[in-house]
Design a protein around this ligand. Structure first.
Ligand code: SAM
Length: 257
């Protein structure tokens, strides 16, 4: 069974989560693509915005979560569709722009996939993806420490992946250059200032903590979250202006020229 998704919880930080999508897409230099695919598109809210820049393209968002796909906007532009599907089965042949924002880290074989897509696309086409580079941040280190503890490891063995979930920007760039593509890769650390109580817990509840929440029952989940929240409060102290939450992200835009 795959990870469960809760679109409401995920979209709680919609502004912070969507910014990298726009910063990624801005770097795609394609004037008139005919076919665009957004892999791991979630509900497709961001996918729909691609129609403003490329009104004549056929734009498809693909996501494996029925919960996400079911919450797709009712007023999608006529050239945009959002469908259920698995990134691992995607064939990039004939696609002019492939975009993936904050999704490939969930797909362990994505390094092989991007190499395959690089072969499949035509000259002039672009692969553009963003993945979080925060697996060694306190939020994730503390999560893994708790999952490995005597109390929780019997239920959580193997559910969390570590820093090997993603490569560095340099590794991705080298792979794409080796595949013959021209690369624009970079990383950014956003300093999110999050309001409210336990905002980092609320943030990861929408993404990285989901495999843990799926694996525990209600009572275990309550205990895990209580202890984890206390550790997060110490690692990310609250200030009158909010909680500062540094979040590193890795971007790759690779074009076949
Ligand atoms: C963090 S969300 C990102 C959603 C959207 N791209 C955004 O930027 O807000 C990750 C998405 O990847 C999807 N996903 C994870 N593994 C997938 C797979 N193998 N195939 C398709 N979608 C997948 C999840 O269902 C989820 O909607």
């Amino acid at each position: 069974m795959g990870t469960s998704w809760n679109p409401g919880v995920y979209q709680r930080y919609a502004i912070e989560r969507s910014r990298p999508f726009f910063e990624l897409v801005q770097r795609v230099r394609h004037e008139a693509p005919a076919r665009i695919v957004d892999l791991g598109c979630g509900t497709g809210v961001q996918t729909a915005t691609l129609a403003e820049r490329w009104p004549d393209a056929q734009i498809t968002g693909i996501d494996s979560s029925a919960d996400m796909v079911d919450k797709q906007p009712k007023d999608l532009p006529s050239n945009v569709s959002v469908v259920q599907g698995d990134i691992a089965e995607f064939d990039a042949s004939g696609i002019d722009v492939v975009i993936s924002n904050a999704a490939l880290q969930w797909v362990p074989v994505h390094r092989d996939l991007v190499r395959r897509w690089a072969e499949q696309i035509d000259v002039g086409s672009t692969l553009a993806w963003q993945v979080p580079g925060n697996f060694d941040a306190p939020s994730h280190v503390l999560m893994r420490e708790m999952a490995d503890s005597a109390e929780f490891s019997p239920f959580l063995a193997g559910v969390l992946r570590g820093g090997d979930s993603v490569d560095t920007a340099q590794q991705y760039a080298s792979e794409m250059i080796a595949a013959g593509l021209t690369v624009d890769a970079w990383e950014t650390t956003y300093i999110h200032v999050l309001p409210g109580v336990d905002p980092v817990l609320n943030w990861v509840r929408g993404t990285g903590l989901r495999p843990v929440l799926d694996a525990l029952d209600d009572e275990q989940r309550g205990r895990f979250e209580e202890q984890y929240a206390a550790k997060l409060r110490a690692a990310y102290p609250s200030t009158p202006e909010g909680t500062l939450f540094p979040f590193r992200r890795i971007f790759v835009v690779a074009r076949k020229s």
